[in-house]
Design a protein around this ligand. Structure first.
Ligand code: SF4
Length: 348
């Protein structure tokens, strides 16, 4: 494996030859000027707006993020607005994006920016990384896109592209694989215009060097070492998904529905009350599946009036007309919408 050869070549070439890194960047940037993607967060240098986009893009497709991004910026246009918002408002705005710890951490980070940094977002990636929920990738991404700092970034598209350019034959989700990618990314990043360069690298990974690489139109083909791009990147064998079923109750009284505030997976959000066991001899009103980390969860919802008799402190009645303003995890919102629609149709 010759992970470091490219890096070595780049560092050892005399100034008057065309170093691979310089030619590589030139080819990449010429392509980007013609084919780069246009996103709302690429029209700003505001670190807050860039942080919003970076946090939303983790685990979520870019097309799905754009409407969330616009709405978030309308509701919470800066760190001050986010820091002053309630957890309920923040979770409500985030619902549908999943991984709600990101939203809670973001609100906590906004409060730290307002209190500790007096509203001024830090410029140093090391200081940015001290904020809750922000790792190396996000800190470097904000520092490079907002402040044009010469810092490497490695996200999924760049990791795939670099693994193929280097013909990296170790899993990229091991510490050795991650180190190789970050080392190479650091060796290639230019000292000037790093923001444009990093955007270009990301776009090439997304548009050309995707899961079906388009090597015939690739602007950096001559730098690419792999002969078998579709076999890369290598990842560790995945643990098989575990299946489980979660039982919840649905009960309506006087146009109000009973909900329970989650204390764990969706902490702070409202969901249908949990049932320890499904009610005997009942067919579920709703069955659906959703993924969560390495689980495939079946959500089964039953009409169960007994649940109201065993109310606990985490449960409350909510008028049906107000459900739209409550933070509900997507699987439970879908279940409620489907059951309420079916109930209305039966009643009409
Ligand atoms: S030549 Fe193919 S595999 Fe190599 S970087 Fe370009 S698209 Fe990816």
């Amino acid at each position: 494996m010759d992970v470091r050869r490219w890096t070595f070549d780049v560092c050892s070439i005399s100034a008057n030859t065309a170093p691979p890194a310089v030619s590589f960047r030139r080819s990449l940037l010429a392509w980007y000027r013609q084919h780069g993607r246009d996103f709302p967060w690429r029209h700003t240098r505001d670190p807050y707006a860039i942080l919003v986009s970076e946090l939303m893009l983790q685990q979520t497709q870019v097309a799905a993020v754009i409407p969330y991004y616009r709405e978030w910026m309308r509701r919470f246009p800066d760190f001050a607005a986010l820091a002053a918002a309630s957890e309920r408002e923040v979770l409500h705005a985030w619902q549908g994006l999943g991984y709600y710890a990101r939203a809670r951490n973001f609100r906590a980070a906004a409060q730290i920016v307002m209190e500790k940094h007096r509203g001024n977002f830090p410029r140093s990636a090391d200081v940015i990384r001290e904020l809750p929920g922000i790792g190396r990738y996000t800190a470097n991404a904000v520092a490079t896109f907002a402040f044009n700092q010469s810092l490497p970034i490695v996200e999924a598209n760049i990791a795939r592209l670099l693994a193929r350019l280097l013909d990296l034959r170790i899993p990229i989700d091991t510490s050795a694989g991650r180190d190789a990618l970050w080392t190479e990314a650091a060796a290639l990043v230019p000292t000037r215009e790093a923001a444009t360069y990093n955007s270009a690298l990301m776009d090439l990974g997304a548009l050309v060097c995707g899961s079906r690489p388009k090597c015939g139109v690739c602007p950096v083909k001559r730098f690419c070492r792999t002969k078998k791009p579709s076999t890369l990147p290598i990842r560790k064998a995945r643990q098989p998904l575990k299946s489980c079923t979660e039982h919840h109750g649905f009960v309506v009284r006087r146009r109000r529905v009973l909900l329970e505030q989650s204390q764990d997976r969706w902490r702070g959000m409202w969901m249908l009350p949990r049932l320890a066991t499904p009610p005997a001899l009942h067919q579920p009103l709703h069955v659906s599946e959703f993924p969560f980390t390495n689980h495939r969860i079946t959500l089964a919802v039953y009409s169960d009036h007994n649940v109201a008799g065993k109310r606990n402190a985490t449960q409350r009645w909510f008028p049906i007309r107000n459900l739209g303003s409550l933070p509900l995890p997507s699987p439970h919102r879908r279940a409620l919408n489907q059951i309420l629609t079916a109930t209305r149709q039966i009643a009409s």
